[in-house]
Write a protein that binds this ligand. Structure first.
Ligand SMILES: [Fe+2]
Length: 508
């Protein structure tokens, strides 16, 4: 029986918490599936630890919390060979930093579908990426028909720590205890689902987001209290999977591609992520929504490709400049068999490109701006929608059988130069970098890059803090996390003042 005092906001001081496990809480599901081993291997405990060991020195002005999702299957998948990374049960890993010290907590997002599996003591839901194969179970009466894996993004908004998954509504968690509080529907204004890739308007603090359901895309803008202040729908022309998008000062920019998320096939037990070029016969198209007028303008690329994630976009007198990672194809071919593909065939390496959308011709010109394969592009979010100089991403150069990512990169859009940092001491599999602007900073690259890496020697994770402006291999600090954070998608930083206000609001 644990006997802990009531949590204090973001405390980093060791109390009488039990010592963290010295070795990973590994499970043996007897599978060679890449997504259940190495940096992806699940961690089977909800864990907290205080006053973590730090190599180097945490900056005195770094105070707040890094929240990241973990794709962490709680039960052995029904078909371990067909299990895919995208299907891991969402957990949230919170690393709380202040006064040069750090604490950590990781918990699962307790969705309604997870409650059903916890009650059963085993997995009940089949996968959606590779289909269920022969492994299907009848769900108990009243169980949600589809699983919410709540595993894609996490961030504080309107005093709620929201965990996003584009197949359903976000879930709210207490920002310190990480206890799940239920789904969040923006005061009833959002009914089915919303993107995991919301943006925050730098001028207003409003959340800018959307829901893509079938061929329809519905736009939302919510003010900082969570009240939806604008909404608008338009037809994409096909049931495109629209995972990420970008905004410029006045516009919302979507790239409609042959990539589809097909619930009808998933319900038949077939692979649900498809590449169907017949859906966009003229090639992928940008749909640009003017947020002031709701006018939608289309720009043809003439190319078959899909976005993975976006760096940024800005408006010019003659059009729009959009920087993003693109991929030649993604998912199962629509006209092929239903057999699972290997991970690098299903998701080939993405490259960073710049697209220039021409207002006069409604077409695009484009150029690769970094020859280093990569994913998870990020910027200093204070530059969102404006012309910026630096982009950061993880590299995917080596097509490793063990990992997806293998280095941390910074691209300089003004010089065309990309610098890649290898992990120190054999660390690899870095997470998406999160840029934390230094307090009072005015320069774009004045801040810290926070990434979570896998240490193959210990099987555990480390949070590395790099100085963005110096961008050298040796980080300022390495926080030794007490767990392995199973490799996952996205996350964000909350400044201490924002975090404390949210904790206080939750207690009010
Ligand atoms: Fe994403």
């Amino acid at each position: 029986m644990r006997d802990l005092p009531a949590p204090l906001p973001t405390t980093v001081v060791r109390r009488n918490a039990p010592a963290p496990p010295s070795r990973p809480a590994d499970v043996d599901w007897n599978t060679s599936n890449k997504f259940l081993n190495g940096p992806f291997a699940p961690w089977h405990e909800e864990t907290e630890s205080f006053d973590l060991p730090v190599i180097g020195k945490l900056p005195d002005d770094l105070a707040g919390a890094l929240f990241r999702v973990a794709n962490n299957p709680r039960f052995e998948p029904l078909d371990t060979d067909r299990y895919h990374w995208w299907e891991g049960d969402g957990g949230v890993a919170g690393t709380y930093i202040r006064d040069g010290k750090a604490s950590f907590r990781m918990k699962w997002v307790n969705t309604d579908s997870m409650k059903v599996e916890v009650e059963a003591g085993e997995a009940l839901y089949s996968g959606f990426v590779n289909g269920s194969g022969k492994a299907r179970r009848d769900l108990p009466q009243g169980a949600p028909p589809a699983k919410s894996v709540a595993n894609t993004n996490v961030g504080l908004f309107a005093d709620h720590l929201l965990v996003y998954f584009e197949g359903g509504l976000p879930h709210s968690m207490h920002p310190e205890s990480l206890d799940t509080q239920g789904t969040y529907d923006f005061g009833g204004a959002v009914d089915i689902l919303c993107t995991a890739h919301y943006k925050i308007d730098t001028a207003t603090g409003n959340m800018l987001f959307y829901a893509a359901v079938g061929p329809s895309l519905t736009w939302y803008e919510a003010d900082p209290t969570g009240t939806v202040v604008d909404t608008f729908s338009f037809d994409m022309g096909c049931p495109a999977m629209v995972h990420d998008y970008i905004v410029s000062e006045h516009l919302a920019i979507f790239l409609i591609s042959p990539n589809q998320f097909r619930l009808d096939r998933i319900m038949e037990g077939r692979p649900g992520v498809l590449w169907d070029e017949t859906a966009v016969p003229g090639g992928s198209r940008f749909a640009v929504l003017d947020r002031r007028t709701h006018e939608v303008t289309w720009y043809d690329t003439g190319l078959m490709l899909a976005p993975t994630h976006f760096f940024n976009a800005h408006e010019t007198p003659t059009g729009i400049v959009v920087d993003l990672h693109v991929i030649a194809r993604l998912g199962n071919p629509a006209d092929d068999s239903d057999e699972p593909l290997d991970s690098h065939s299903w998701f080939p390496p993405a490259m960073a490109w710049r697209f220039v959308l021409d207002s006069a011709t409604k077409t695009t010109t484009q150029q690769m701006h970094s020859g280093i394969a990569g994913e998870f592009p990020k910027i200093n979010d204070a530059w969102l929608g404006k012309k910026n100089r630096f982009g950061y991403f993880t590299t995917t150069r080596n097509l490793s059988p063990l990992t997806m990512t293998d280095g941390l990169a910074r691209h300089d859009f003004s010089t065309g130069q990309t610098i890649v940092l290898e992990g120190p001491d054999g660390l690899t599999s870095p997470s998406e970098p999160v840029f934390v602007q230094r307090r009072g900073a005015t320069e774009e690259n004045d801040g810290y890059l926070l990434t979570i890496w896998w240490n193959p020697a210990t099987g555990l994770s480390e949070l590395l803090v790099h100085e963005a402006s110096a961008f050298v291999r040796e980080p300022l600090a390495r926080i030794k996390l007490p767990v392995r954070v199973p490799f996952a998608f996205h996350g964000s930083w909350a400044e201490a003042e924002v975090l404390d206000a949210a904790v206080a609001a939750q207690s009010a």
